[in-house]
Design a binder for this molecule. Structure first.
Ligand SMILES: *[C@@H]1O[C@H](CO)[C@@H](O)[C@H](O)[C@H]1NC(C)=O
Ligand SMILES: *[C@@H]1O[C@H](CO)[C@@H](O)[C@H](O)[C@H]1NC(C)=O
Ligand SMILES: *[C@@H]1O[C@H](CO)[C@@H](O)[C@H](O)[C@H]1NC(C)=O
Ligand SMILES: *[C@@H]1O[C@H](CO)[C@@H](O)[C@H](O)[C@H]1NC(C)=O
Ligand SMILES: *[C@@H]1O[C@H](CO)[C@@H](O)[C@H](O)[C@H]1NC(C)=O
Ligand SMILES: *[C@@H]1O[C@H](CO)[C@@H](O)[C@H](O)[C@H]1NC(C)=O
Ligand SMILES: *[C@@H]1O[C@H](CO)[C@@H](O)[C@H](O)[C@H]1NC(C)=O
Length: 469
């Protein structure tokens, strides 16, 4: 088994069996890394540890002077004393003498000559003029994985298990900076109907003290005023040109849903949690950035729901998706069907990270969402399209499965907690108000059993109707 070359995918396999939560570790908790414990268990469980770790080495570099020779000798000895089974490789330039090299070899280093590399921006004769010599470690292709250690360190415990980590793993100097290349992303295109939803989504993420960036992709249908509101709600906004779904019918509800694929172009981030704008985050979900592409919650037993996805941006993948979009058809013409065709291997996240607000069980009259969900996906008529104290899904028999007073209430709690200037983006339009009243009348006339139509809404928004966009 040529495992060496596959360490990364093996890592993924061992830690996160695709499509199963059975032996997946507990979720990483910021700073706690429960999964490291899991990893050490895996080692005890008699994987053929010897074969598996063959092409790995500790490497250090000496250049420009002999000042660090004794440091390197002590470092090698400290690693050996902790019974490491790895190779030790020392790169050195010509400034290290023959005698020093003999001592270094006796200490356990395999020595290898390099020519040092000048740092183009360092001042001449400065202390860091030749520090780019360290980059030569990437030339050691006889190894799959290297732990580079400066010669002024000493190893106090066996750290062989850290070969498990991917390039470039390092100790954090500053946790905040370290996690900067991760972001929540949403997309608005084709109409302004979801602007309020996106504002509430950003606010819900912030209210849970997330430390990640938030990026909103939008096409030209989003007005300047809306963009100011979205930015005030803490989105970084980024213009995109929308993408047509080749298999969708013209003017259908999902004609432009492939615009979502543009998240793969955000290569300024390593990892993205994509969230549709009709979701609300109820708990901090930053820990889910830990999961690989493509992680998502199940829509049903077989498919994932594309409303929440962990993805890893890549321009090549984006190109590949675009090419495939003309060959692979989607079961519903939308992005979800397409992505399920392309990402047949996906990692299953718990449903509560994308709790679909749908109640199809017989006898469940209350439609309670409870406190379990990390995020609710507001299927059906959106909360901001109804009255604050009136979930209008109750008034249409075909939408009863989406009706939930408890979910509705949770959305409006986020609304109440957000700044007044943002609330104005959630005003009722004439169109929305007309629709609510019409269906309420029909429900009343039909005396719908849920009796919801008897409620007299107090929502002040009903007295401040704005013009349709
Ligand atoms: C583990 O790998 C070593 C080195 O290749 C080999 O000698 C040994 O037989 C293997 N052990 C098992 C249990 O496969
Ligand atoms: C290293 O191995 C030796 C012999 O097996 C053992 O006595 C010693 O305790 C080990 N040292 C460490 C730090 O594990
Ligand atoms: C550059 O290398 C020198 C000599 O190896 C070392 O003393 C110094 O700390 C390094 N500086 C940086 C900024 O890495
Ligand atoms: C960590 O990085 C952040 C963002 O760059 C910075 O604001 C903060 O001061 C840094 N903290 C420390 C302890 O260096
Ligand atoms: C967010 O942080 C504030 C201030 O540190 C704290 O009072 C609040 O409880 C935190 N909220 C959550 C949901 O963790
Ligand atoms: C497509 O996008 C529209 C507008 O953003 C949304 O209402 C609809 O649910 C999406 N359809 C699918 C299948 O994703
Ligand atoms: C009310 O219901 C009756 C019969 O059930 C029907 O004839 C009438 O058109 C309905 N009115 C409205 C406004 O829907």
């Amino acid at each position: 088994m040529l495992i060496g070359r596959c360490t990364l995918s093996l890592r993924v396999l061992v830690l996160m069996p695709v499509g199963s939560c059975q032996i997946a570790p507990a979720y990483a908790q910021a700073g706690k890394e429960i999964w490291r414990y899991f990893m050490s268990q895996a080692r005890l469980a008699k994987l053929n540890y010897t074969t598996y770790h063959q092409r790995e080495a500790y490497v250090t570099v000496l250049h420009s002077s002999e000042a660090y020779v004794w440091g390197a000798i002590a470092l090698a000895q400290s690693i050996i004393q902790k019974n490491s089974s790895k190779d030790l490789v020392l790169l050195h330039d010509k400034s290290v003498s023959g005698k020093s090299l003999r001592d270094l070899r006796a200490a356990g280093w395999k020595t290898k000559w390099i020519s040092r590399i000048r740092s183009p921006f360092a001042k001449k004769d400065s202390y860091n003029e030749w520090n780019y010599s360290k980059l030569r470690v990437w030339q050691l292709i006889e190894y799959d994985k290297i732990i580079f250690i400066d010669s002024d360190l000493l190893v106090l415990k066996n750290i062989d298990e850290f070969f498990f980590y991917p390039e470039l793993s390092a100790a954090e100097q500053n946790y905040t900076t370290y996690h900067q290349r991760e972001a929540y992303v949403t997309v608005l295109h084709s109409s302004e109907a979801y602007v309020c939803g996106a504002i509430a989504l950003a606010q819900s993420i912030i209210q849970k003290n997330s430390s990640k960036d938030r990026v909103l992709l939008h096409d030209k249908s989003i007005s300047g005023k809306s963009l100011r509101g979205l930015r005030a709600a803490a989105w970084k906004t980024k213009w995109i040109s929308r993408i047509c779904s080749p298999f969708a019918k013209k003017d259908s509800y999902n004609e432009w849903n492939y615009s979502k694929l543009r998240v793969w172009q955000l290569i300024e981030y390593d990892k993205i949690i994509f969230i549709d704008s009709d979701l609300l985050v109820l708990k901090n979900i930053d820990e889910f950035f830990f999961y690989p592409e493509l992680s998502a919650a199940g829509n049903d037993k077989v498919l994932f729901n594309s409303g929440v996805m962990v993805i890893e941006p890549s321009l090549r993948k984006f190109e590949d998706l675009m090419l495939k979009s003309f060959k692979v058809s989607s079961y519903n013409g939308g992005d979800q069907g397409f992505l399920n065709e392309v990402f047949t291997w996906w990692h299953r996240l718990p449903k509560r990270i994308n709790h679909l607000k749908v109640f199809s069980k017989q006898g469940d009259k209350e439609h309670q969402v409870g406190d379990n969900p990390y995020a609710i996906h507001y299927l059906g008529l959106k909360p901001w399209m109804c009255y604050k104290d009136y979930d209008c899904n109750w008034d249409m028999v075909s939408r009863h499965i989406f009706a939930s007073d408890s979910a509705h209430k949770k959305w409006w709690q986020v609304y109440d907690a957000m700044p007044k200037k943002l609330q104005q983006y959630c005003a009722l339009t004439k169109h929305m108000d007309k629709r609510i009243k019409k269906w309420r009348r029909i429900a009343e006339n039909a005396s719908l059993a849920n009796g919801h139509w008897k409620i007299k809404p107090k929502d002040p928004r009903q007295y401040h109707i704005v013009d349709n966009k």
